[in-house]
Design a protein around this ligand. Structure first.
Ligand SMILES: [Zn+2]
Length: 327
């Protein structure tokens, strides 16, 4: 599991926790933990697997932290736990889980050992057709005391054949009040507008909101809008503005900020509620037709692909800025 994940059950996951631990071991061997980015499913999975593997599991409802199993987990050397993901060096948007990794699971699930074995696969969306088919075989004939946990942001992206063999648990059922309360507790310095902004941008997912609070681009949105406005009204200097933003932010940060602002301009056109309530977007939205905004949106998606293909970010930004100017 990622190193920065602290195993825990968040308040909005308590019901699922009670259900899981209450039914255990009468659970399917394939479990799907799903929920929007920032709902804390990774931490939940880590907490659950520690509990399943713990030698003192029956004592109470938490892993003891002291038995051999708990110590193995801490030192990341547990022989009965396998974590499968995309390759570390290949964390691109569309990176896939290699079929070899799934095939290698078979001896692990078929061997006879004492105690439970746990496999975590994340993100489950990264299973391609062949690795998904290989996993199906594993799900059909697992050994005793094997739990396979899949983590997904969007479970509808998984093949139906896989989905139908898993027990589903939603970990992002959180009320607006709960999300707001969590954010107030952990970032008490935020005012109401800032809090609302972060919750809007994170789809009400508190952990994602806390990450966004640290994002470098958050305080640069107005400045970028001003530059954007300049491009439209003065119709010159697109390269200078592109160069400036190429230096100011990494491309992925820039793209994230730009996408939020662009979506909001589209919302203004459609009379829908915007995510950035602290910005004045009306002037800029009046400069564009809805159709043109959608064209920019698809250009942005293409730009992200160019970056993944190692096109230089300054060239990509030049093109985008020229596009913004030419209305
Ligand atoms: Zn233990």
């Amino acid at each position: 599991m990622q190193k920065d994940v602290v195993a825990q059950v968040y308040p909005w996951q308590q019901t699922v926790w009670d259900t899981l631990t209450g039914r255990f071991p009468k659970l399917g061997h394939g479990l799907l933990f799903y929920g929007k980015k920032g709902c804390g499913k990774e931490a939940f999975a880590q907490y659950f697997l520690a509990w399943v593997l713990c030698a003192n599991r029956h004592a109470n409802n938490v892993a003891c932290g002291e038995c051999g199993s708990c110590l193995w987990l801490k030192s990341d050397t547990h022989p009965n736990y396998v974590h499968i993901s995309t390759d570390e060096e290949n964390k691109k948007q569309n990176a896939k889980i290699k079929i070899e990794k799934i095939r290698d699971l078979l001896p692990f699930v078929q061997q006879t050992v004492d105690g439970w074995r746990v496999i975590v696969i994340e993100p489950a969306e990264a299973l391609n057709m062949s690795s998904a088919n290989a996993l199906l075989k594993t799900l059909e004939e697992p050994g005793d005391r094997v739990v396979i946990i899949l983590l997904a942001d969007h479970y509808l992206k998984l093949p139906a054949t896989i989905r139908s063999r898993l027990q589903h648990f939603a970990l992002d059922r959180i009320s607006e009040a709960q999300a707001g309360e969590y954010l107030s507790q952990h970032l008490p310095e935020l005012n109401q507008t800032q809090k609302q902004l972060l919750l809007n941008l994170s789809n009400q997912m508190p952990l994602q909101a806390m990450q966004l609070a640290q994002a470098e681009w958050l305080n640069k949105r107005q400045e970028f809008l001003n530059d954007w406005q300049k491009l439209v009204t003065q119709k010159n200097m697109p390269m200078a503005i592109a160069t400036k933003w190429n230096k100011a932010l990494s491309f992925s940060d820039f793209a994230q900020m730009f996408e939020y602002l662009l979506s909001d301009l589209i919302c203004v056109k459609l009379n829908q509620q915007v995510k950035n309530p602290d910005l004045d977007l009306i002037g800029l939205s009046e400069q564009y037709t809805l159709e043109f905004l959608f064209t920019i949106y698809s250009d942005l998606q293409q730009s992200k692909q160019f970056i993944e293909q190692n096109v230089q970010s300054n060239l990509v930004l030049d093109q985008l800025c020229i596009k913004l100017m030419n209305i």
